[in-house]
Design a protein around this ligand. Structure first.
Ligand code: ATP
Length: 251
């Protein structure tokens, strides 16, 4: 079904409304295998709604969403097996230990207990948290909690990881630490990432970028290509011009 050229994520003509409010309109985008892709949008652009459709929290009744070639409606099991998610709001139980949070999640994925423990320890090692496995989550810093959530999202060895504004609420150092950790995971091979953010400094010039604005995709390309197309110095200037933020500043 999938081969090396199948996109890790393919979204085609997806729309979504909350009652009369149209949150997404004809959204299409692709994330290649082994790629880091930034999904850029201001608050309310539709990023979380898109993630809810990809993860099947909402049913997509228009267009298609495919994860590693598997349609999330027609083959949800296969699609979701290939998908890991880190939501914007923290979802760890602060009173359980780091390891308990991991193994509880593994059980939800049907991973046998012994294998779950082995994988949890391996993922926590990759996250640099091997010495914290027995500690209650509440004793960790915000950045360390995010690392646990990322490790947990990788327990079932997905090919695609979605992160919804994962650095919100973290200080600058912790933000840099999380993004370089995720980039390192991508660099180790086999993992694709869709990273939703409104922070341009989290995007490198050669990253693939999708700009979502008021529910529509208004630009795609590398950060550098987008800046060049808009004849400005960097992605931030291009983004401000596209979304009207530049006008707001001048006023
Ligand atoms: P943020 O970063 O602020 O979460 P976002 O880019 O993730 O923004 P969404 O949360 O997807 O954007 O919101 C897209 C649009 O849909 C907004 O206009 C929002 O007000 C609206 N919306 C989101 N969730 C609901 C809901 N449950 N009911 C009604 N409208 C909603």
């Amino acid at each position: 079904m999938s081969n090396d050229t199948t996109p890790a994520l393919h979204v085609s003509s997806v729309s979504h409304s909350y009652g009369a409010r149209q949150a997404l309109e004809g959204v299409s985008l692709s994330v290649g295998q082994g790629a880091f892709c930034g999904l850029l949008g201001l608050n309310g652009a539709g990023k979380t709604t898109l993630f809810s459709l990809i993860t099947r929290l909402f049913d997509n009744t228009s267009g298609h969403v495919r994860v590693m070639g598997h349609d999330v409606r027609r083959a949800p099991k296969l699609a979701l097996q290939n998908l890991g998610v880190v939501f914007q709001n923290r979802t760890l139980d602060p009173d359980l230990s780091v390891l308990q949070n991991m193994t509880y999640h593994a059980a939800l994925h049907g991973i046998p207990r012994r294998q779950a423990r082995e994988r949890a320890v391996a993922e926590l090692e990759r996250a640099g948290l091997a010495d914290r496995v027995g500690e209650a989550v509440r004793s960790l810093s915000g950045g360390q909690m995010r690392r646990v959530e990322i490790a947990r999202a990788l327990l079932h060895q997905p090919k695609l990881l979605l992160l919804d504004e994962p650095t919100v609420g973290l200080d600058v150092g912790a933000r840099r630490d999380i993004i370089s950790h995720v980039r390192a995971l991508v660099g180790q091979g086999g993992l694709s990432v869709l990273w939703a953010t409104h922070l341009m400094e989290e995007i490198n010039t050669d990253d693939a970028v999708v700009v979502l604005h008021q529910g529509k995709v208004i630009e795609t390309g590398t950060s550098q290509e987008i800046a060049d197309r808009h004849e400005v110095g960097d992605l931030k200037e291009a983004f401000d011009a596209m979304t009207g933020l530049a006008k707001g500043k001048a006023a």
